[in-house]
Design a protein around this ligand. Structure first.
Ligand code: NAP
Length: 318
């Protein structure tokens, strides 16, 4: 039986990936942070570990003896990384270094191949100055989050050169109803529903002009599984190739609840402006398409509608 270890199993991507792998009949081990109780599926073996502790990975890899490690755990908010830069570096960057080293050591000792898929991020390219980014774009982070992911990304390349099949999934933004409402997209869809129902009057946002390449989270998880099946370590951008602004997102969410004059509900919040944000992040996923046969399944408006629909059901049930 194929064995996978998923770090960050209780997060947006971890839950989708674990469901996919359990359905495939894989043995799934998942790492949750102490105090987290997201995982309830008894088919998953839970390991309660703080990956910010550098030595945690060694015993974890020995105990689970995985064929594949999906390293998804992390502080995933750029915003939070400004408030906790050292913790972000430990959890996102140092944890990758210790997991990779533990996998390499285990592979050397056991003779059994271990493959690692690391959740890298488009944020490593935020300061590259290139409007459309691919695997060859210059690594130039502009936030503690981006820098921590750049560390994990380059560590993957170092261990790949050393003999570990290690892959960077360079993930552009991806959303779903499982995205926490601390992220702007989910904040918008929840607000649209609340405004339509009359329980909220305004929506406070930072820049409306920032553009992102927003995809559908289950598609991005499918891409990571395709990378594991590909079997050879490499770097792959995962993106839709389509840019939309925050204003486009608000407009689509409000339109999904029947509000046309969305601008009259939006207020600017100066505290939410982040000068270091890249104005535009758009990914070129041609390589993932050509090598893995991967392509996104949902359009931008389908993604926004699916999130609004979920929030509507939640709000009605409340
Ligand atoms: P997420 O929902 O925030 O999940 C991250 C998971 O990591 C959470 O379950 C979190 O646990 C766990 N975690 C945090 N600190 C930990 C620690 N010290 N020890 C063990 N676990 C810890 O993020 P996601 O959206 O699924 O993203 C998955 C990965 O892809 C992340 O590394 C993220 O940075 C990266 N990524 C995501 C996107 C995106 O648009 N979603 C884009 C590019 C890259 P708690 O919930 O208990 O804190």
């Amino acid at each position: 039986m194929t064995t996978a270890l998923i770090t960050g199993i209780g997060g947006q991507d971890g839950t989708y990936l674990s469901e996919l792998l359990v359905d495939l009949g894989w043995a799934v081990h998942g790492v949750e942070r102490p105090g987290s109780t997201h995982v309830t599926d008894t088919q998953i073996t839970r390991h309660i570990i703080d990956l910010g502790e550098p030595d945690a990975a060694i015993s974890l890899i020995e105990a689970t003896d995985p064929d594949y490690v999906f390293h998804l755990a992390g502080i995933s908010s750029v915003w939070r990384s400004w408030n906790e830069p050292v913790l972000t570096t430990r959890v996102n960057g140092v944890s990758a270094a210790s997991l990779l080293d533990a996998c390499f050591t285990h592979q050397e000792a056991s003779g059994k191949r271990v493959m690692v898929i690391n959740a890298s991020s488009a944020e490593i390219f935020a300061g590259s100055g290139e409007r459309r980014q691919d695997e060859h774009t210059r690594i130039a982070p502009t936030s503690p989050y981006g820098a921590s992911k750049a560390l994990s990304h380059t560590m993957v390349q170092v261990y790949r050169a050393r003999g570990l099949e290690a892959t960077n999934a360079i993930l552009f933004n991806h959303e779903s109803p499982r995205r926490p409402d601390t992220f702007v997209t989910r904040k918008i869809t929840k607000a649209a529903v609340a405004i339509a129902r009359g329980t909220q009057s305004t929506l406070e946002l930072g820049s409306l002009t920032v553009e992102r390449d927003w995809g559908w989270a289950p598609d991005y998880v499918a891409a990571m599984l395709a990378m594991a099946r590909h079997g050879t370590g490499d770097d792959f951008v995962v993106a839709t190739g389509q840019a939309h602004s925050v204003a486009n997102f608000v407009e689509a969410a409000m339109s999904a609840v029947g509000i046309a004059d969305w601008r009259s509900y939006v207020r600017g919040d100066p505290d939410m402006f982040r000068p270091a944000d890249s104005a535009s992040m758009i990914g070129d996923a041609s390589k993932a398409h050509d090598v893995l046969g991967w392509k996104p399944t949902k359009t931008f408006s389908e993604i926004v509608s699916a999130m609004v629909e979920f929030d509507m059901t939640e709000e009605m049930a409340a």
